[in-house]
Design a protein. Structure first.
Length: 276
């Protein structure tokens, strides 16, 4: 595949999703374009580029390209300390204002394990302290991941990654080909498509998780996404990034709340001004 074809697709992906392909991972993009060619029965990357250069490109092909460009790696209770910290944050910060509803946004939810882990965390917290009802909005740019998240069905291997026996028994139903999340838990989550670089999700949310997605974005895009997310927090809300992701040097006027070494971010002036 010629460098021009790779450069055409990497630029298109970056413009539309913010995801960067550079010298370190261009080989992955090559594989993903080849997969797309196979899927649409197109002989070469050059021919695929022609399809994308039409005045009105095929929208199904475009979405498949962006689906293929994403890395959907996730697991249940990824970095377990975050879920302990969410529990403490809800008790220490969110409940103080006695909200009529707790609103949480999993802003790059992939196949749903993160949103379900939050739901299980809040279910367990509600057995310890009185909680108002809660809703979890879970969004992603990848249609394929969203279809799986909405179906709520996970393989033996997927449930082995992070789910305790107790969680499995309590919230999942064994089926012939895997595990189906029970509707009592699934009903707490609303899944939908959202592109973080042109986000249309409206808060305010008490907690927003945007974990393990900014690593694939360049600095200007990270700043834009972070700004968008901070604007959708309640005055007492907190934004969570992934392990190793930080707002240091990225956003002015941000205050951090450290709960057991997990950082929650919010705009420092927000408490006085209210959410946008
Ligand atoms: C590595 S997964 C992380 C999933 C989950 N947050 C976790 O930490 O386990 C990254 C997710 O970000 C999504 N993503 C990448 N760029 C995006 C964008 N511009 N808008 C929304 N989601 C995006 C991908 O589709 C993918 O599902």
């Amino acid at each position: 595949m010629s460098p021009e074809v790779l450069s055409f697709f990497s630029q298109l992906i970056e413009k539309e999703t913010g995801i960067i392909y550079d010298d370190r991972n261009l080989y992955q993009l090559k594989g993903r374009i080849e997969d797309l060619c196979k899927l649409f029965n197109i002989s070469t990357g050059e021919d695929l580029k022609k399809e994308f250069s039409q005045p009105i490109p095929n929208s199904v092909m475009r979405q498949k390209l962006f689906d293929n460009a994403t890395n959907n790696e996730t697991l249940f209770f990824r970095d377990p300390s975050f879920f302990k910290a969410i529990e403490s944050f809800v008790m220490r910060e969110v409940l103080l204002d006695m909200p009529s509803e707790i609103r949480i946004w999993s802003a790059a939810s992939s196949t749903g394990q993160e949103a379900l882990s939050i739901a299980m965390t809040l279910e367990e917290l509600s057995a310890k302290v009185p909680l108002p009802p809660y809703t979890i909005t879970a969004t992603d740019i990848c249609d394929k991941a969203l279809v799986k998240a909405k179906a709520g069905r996970y393989s033996d291997f997927e449930v082995m990654r992070g789910l305790s026996e107790d969680h499995k028994k309590r919230y999942f139903q064994k089926e012939a080909d895997g595990w189906q999340v029970k509707s009592s838990l699934a009903n707490k989550i609303k899944y939908g498509y959202n592109n973080l670089i042109r986000s249309t999700v409206k808060g305010p949310f008490h907690i927003i998780l945007c974990r393990n997605v900014l690593i694939y974005q360049k600095v200007e895009m990270k700043k834009q996404i972070i700004d968008t997310l901070l604007r959708q927090l309640t005055p007492d809300g907190g934004l969570l990034l992934g392990v190793g992701e930080t707002l240091l040097g990225m956003s002015d006027g941000v205050e951090t709340i450290n709960i057991a070494n997990v950082m929650f971010y919010r705009k420092s002036a927000q408490k006085n001004n209210g959410a946008a």
